[in-house]
Each structure stands twice: as C-alpha cells, then as structure tokens.
Design a protein around this ligand. Structure first.
Ligand code: ATM
Length: 238
C-alpha cells in the first residue's frame, strides 16, 4: 500500500500563488516517472520494484499514487472509486480528479521534485485523458486546458504504459477487488477504449512514453522498465 505524502502545507512554496500560473519545471531538480495503463497490469507491483531498485545512498525516492497521494487527495479518491458507476458524470469526475491532482502536486510532487527526489507515481494526467476523455467523453480541449493551468509545468520525464488486453487485466483486478470497484464496473467496451487511448497517447509522445507488454512475467516486465529508466538516466536531462 502506498503511503500518502505528508508534507506540511506551510513548508511548501507550491502553495504560493506562483504555482497557479508559473511554469516551475525549470527549477525542478528531480525526475518524475509515471505508470499508466488499464486495470490489472501490475503497475503498483512494478512501481514498488523500481522504487527498491532506485533507492540507495544519496537518492531520495518518493512513491505515490493517483487519485490520492496527499491526505486531501486521498479523501477525494474515496468519492471517486466507490459506489455506482453512474455516481458521477465524466465531467464531474474530471474536475474531482484535477482537484485531487492539484493538492497532490502542491503538497507532495512539486516539493519532492524541487528538492531533487525521484517521484514514482501510479497514474497521473494521462489517466484523465484516457478514462474521462477518450473513454468517458469529456472534451479533450478542456482536459488540456486543465493540464496547462493546474499542473504548473509539472510533466513526467518518463511514462511507462503497462499494456495488456482488457479481459486479462479485468480478470486480474477482480481477484483483488475490495470496495474500490466503481471503475471496474464500467463495462468491457469502456475498457477496450481505454487501452486504445493509452496506446494513442504513447504514439503521440514517443519521447516521453514507453509501452511495455504487461502480459509477460513480472521479471521480464521489470527488466524492460529498468531499461527504459536507464535510457532516461543516460539522457541526463531530467
Ligand atoms: P487504481 O485502481 O489504479 O488505483 O486507480 C483507481 C481508479 O481511478 C482507476 N480505475 N480503476 N479501476 C482509474 C481511475 N482514474 C481515472 O479515472 N482518472 C484519473 O485521472 C486517475 C488518476 C485515475
């Protein structure tokens, strides 16, 4: 289980109004890696393995997740992942996701990048593009505008898209389903559109995204992820 971040608001320059408009990417010293894809692709396990591999003397590694990752965003998560599939419209979901994401960026991701940490995040903005946009029907232009205005230039250096057929992924997810079943219950057509959406995002931004075939063994997937991270390290532009 990932632990929500615990930065105190008063310590963070990200709570300063600057963050609402300025592009702060230039001051980031750390690296930001996101894990994306449909259900049951093993994102959380692979994130944990990568965090273990990256951790070591002198390297600060922060593992976090969305929706959630800060106390306020975790409270919003509960609203999003529980209950009936039609509890929220796609547009309301988009706004809730971005309210949660803003808090997470202000209090956890932004300060961590600023102090030079590596941030590993289980889902981020691409999930909104895929779930609420491509599969849910929210206008992509609105989602782009939210990315521009809300994220203050915070953008992943590397996005790992863990890809597998939705029927395989949903089967794996059902095995561990608890109370958080709202998205799983959206139906097969929704999940098929999601897969296409993540592949389209990766095709449109090949310099940022790496598609990993998640139907293979945990070790093989983990080795591919490490090779993508080594490429990022060798670029040295993070
Ligand atoms: P995880 O199961 O990966 O923790 O994510 C919770 C759900 O939130 C997930 N669906 N399921 N099952 C995907 C959904 N989600 C969105 O719909 N949009 C987003 O922007 C994010 C971050 C997650």
């Amino acid at each position: 289980m990932l632990t929500p971040g615990s930065s105190t608001p008063t310590e963070s320059p990200w709570l300063d109004l600057r963050g609402e408009t300025a592009n702060l990417k230039g001051v980031n010293q750390g690296r930001f890696i996101t894990f994306e894809g449909g259900e049951g692709g093993g994102k959380s396990t692979q994130l944990r393995l990568l965090a273990q591999r990256l951790s070591g003397p002198g390297r600060d590694v922060v593992s976090t997740r969305e929706p959630g990752g800060s106390p306020g965003a975790e409270a919003i998560r509960d609203l999003l992942v529980r209950g009936q599939a039609d509890r929220w419209s796609a547009l309301t979901e988009t706004l809730l996701m971005y309210a949660a994401r803003r808090d997470h960026v202000e209090r956890v991701i932004g300060p961590a990048l600023e102090r030079g940490a590596w941030v590993l995040c289980d889902r981020f903005a691409d999930s909104t593009r895929a779930y609420q946009g491509a599969a849910g029907g929210t206008d992509p232009a609105l989602i782009s505008a939210l990315e521009d205005h809300v994220l203050a230039g915070v953008r992943p250096d590397l996005t790992l898209v863990l890809d597998l057929p939705p029927e395989t992924g949903l089967g794996r997810a059902a095995d561990r389903a608890g109370l958080e079943t709202r998205f799983e219950s959206k139906g097969e057509a929704f999940h098929a559109r999601l897969r296409e959406a993540f592949l389209d995002i990766a095709a449109a931004e090949p310099e940022r995204c790496r598609v990993i075939d998640a139907s293979r063994s945990l070790e093989t997937v983990s080795a591919d992820i490490w090779s993508a991270v080594e490429d990022l390290l060798s670029r040295g532009d993070g």
